[in-house]
Design a protein around this ligand. Structure first.
Ligand code: ZN
Length: 272
């Protein structure tokens, strides 16, 4: 019988709740993992936030998010490095073992130049991540975000990059929303697991029709993503970590969040 021991929720999923409230509600519902978005940590003592989470019997799964390495502007690339170093400090203070990277893209330059800058950016921050005992996960994004959010759009590209940089600190976050359509997904997930690069697994669903490129993610079971197939590939790849629910949705944020949390738990149990 499936239980909630491997369920993690991203704070942005229940965006109307402040961090304390989210932790209190998740813990009361039996959720064991939380991935913390950086905006929820603004103007607060991050060490204490981490302690508060652990005092509720929960574990920080990841800090979301770093990245945005690609830019035509050298100044912006430098600023991105600084911000990533800050994210590493935040992850260490929070007690998060992992930072998820949305790698970045700039429509003013080619995808290959963006990918080169992404590689250079990751290589530059890796030593500091190692000192702080924080790992990094490349999250490939759906190609609809290729212009300005990420030049890494498939598992194959993420695997290539992780293998090229070749560090035990660097892996890949599989998010079904971004990757479900890829005909090579199964083989690339297995490849990722074989290379010990499979660091995180994010779920939601793809609504048909999708009405907003960013804020219309569905609850698992509502859309067309073959969640159970992908889950079986993740398992086959040797992944034993959390299943992280990450939903950005104007519709769900407008609902009663207690009821929404209940729906998340039911859909996790029945559809993932
Ligand atoms: Zn994700």
């Amino acid at each position: 019988m499936k239980n909630l021991d491997k369920l993690c929720i991203h704070t942005i999923t229940t965006k109307p709740w402040q961090l304390e409230k989210a932790v209190e509600k998740y813990a009361a519902a039996g959720v064991k993992g939380i991935s913390v978005w950086r905006d929820t940590l603004e103007n607060r003592n991050i060490v204490q936030a981490g302690e508060m989470i652990r005092n509720h019997g929960m574990e920080v799964v990841s800090l979301v998010r770093g990245g945005f390495f690609a830019s035509t502007s050298l100044e912006k690339r430098r600023a991105a490095i600084d911000d990533n170093l800050k994210a590493i400090d935040e992850a260490a203070a929070l007690g998060s073992p992992l930072i998820v990277l949305v790698c970045g893209a700039d429509p003013g330059q080619s995808m290959s130049i963006s990918r080169q800058q992404i590689q250079e950016g990751i290589e530059e921050i890796l030593p500091y991540a190692g000192e702080c005992n924080v790992k990094l996960a490349i999250e490939p994004l759906h190609p609809m975000y290729a212009a300005d959010r990420s030049a890494i759009n498939t598992m194959s590209q993420a695997n290539d990059l992780a293998e090229q940089i070749d560090s035990p600190l660097l892996g890949v976050a599989v998010d079904v929303y971004h990757l479900w359509w890829d005909p090579e997904l199964q083989q690339e997930i297995i490849r990722c697991g074989m290379n010990k690069h499979l660091f995180a697994y994010h779920v939601c669903d793809w609504n048909v029709p999708t009405t907003d490129m960013l804020f219309d993610r569905g609850l698992m079971g509502e859309g067309c993503i073959p969640l159970k197939d992908i889950r079986s590939w993740i398992k086959e790849a040797g992944f034993t970590g959390y299943t992280e629910v990450e939903i950005f949705s104007h519709k769900f944020w407008a609902e009663d969040q207690d009821q929404f949390l209940n729906k998340i738990i039911q859909s996790y149990l029945h559809h993932t």
